[in-house]
Write a protein that binds this ligand. Structure first.
Ligand SMILES: [Zn+2]
Ligand SMILES: [Zn+2]
Length: 159
């Protein structure tokens, strides 16, 4: 396998033809799965600005960019496996279940997660469950929709 093959594992294309246009802002992920994959490859490439910009708008300012950068540098990413994804009935939310593989010493480890995504103005964003939610149920939602948080993204973040 060529070293130039995009780390997202979606295509056999080179990075420049696959996720780089997304990372550079020339295009936007067409599906939650593609967004998930491009966020993984952004971690591999340490493009933390892309991680920030593809997180729900109301959560972006709360991300710890320095910690994200440090974590992405420290992690020896191996590959990504998307297990399944589903668009929720409201068509505005989706789940992507994945395993992100990385090396710990000589051991291959997997981080298994089911992530939630929200669509706003035809662009998908990651809903970060680790960001503290200082929201009352009556405020407008963190995703930028004019819906109430409780009626919109709340149930996708409440664990
Ligand atoms: Zn890619
Ligand atoms: Zn929302």
């Amino acid at each position: 396998m060529s070293e130039n093959i995009c780390p997202c594992g979606h295509t056999q294309k080179n990075y420049v033809e696959c996720c780089q246009p997304l990372h550079d802002g020339a295009s936007w992920a067409q599906s939650p799965e593609q967004l998930m994959r491009s966020r993984y490859s952004a971690f591999v490439q340490q493009k933390i600005d892309y991680i920030v910009k593809t997180t729900a708008v109301g959560q972006q300012s709360q991300l710890d960019v320095v910690a994200l950068k440090e974590w992405s540098c420290r992690t020896q990413w191996h590959h990504l496996e998307v297990l399944q994804y589903e668009i929720v009935k409201d068509k505005r939310h989706a789940y992507v279940e994945f395993k992100a593989y990385f090396m710990q010493g000589t051991q291959l480890q997997a981080h298994h997660e089911k992530s939630a995504f929200v669509c706003l103005d035809q662009q998908w964003y990651f809903l970060d469950p680790t960001v503290d939610l200082h929201y009352t149920m009556k405020q407008s939602c963190i995703c930028g929709s004019n819906k109430k948080f409780k009626a919109c993204c709340y149930s996708f973040l409440a664990i």
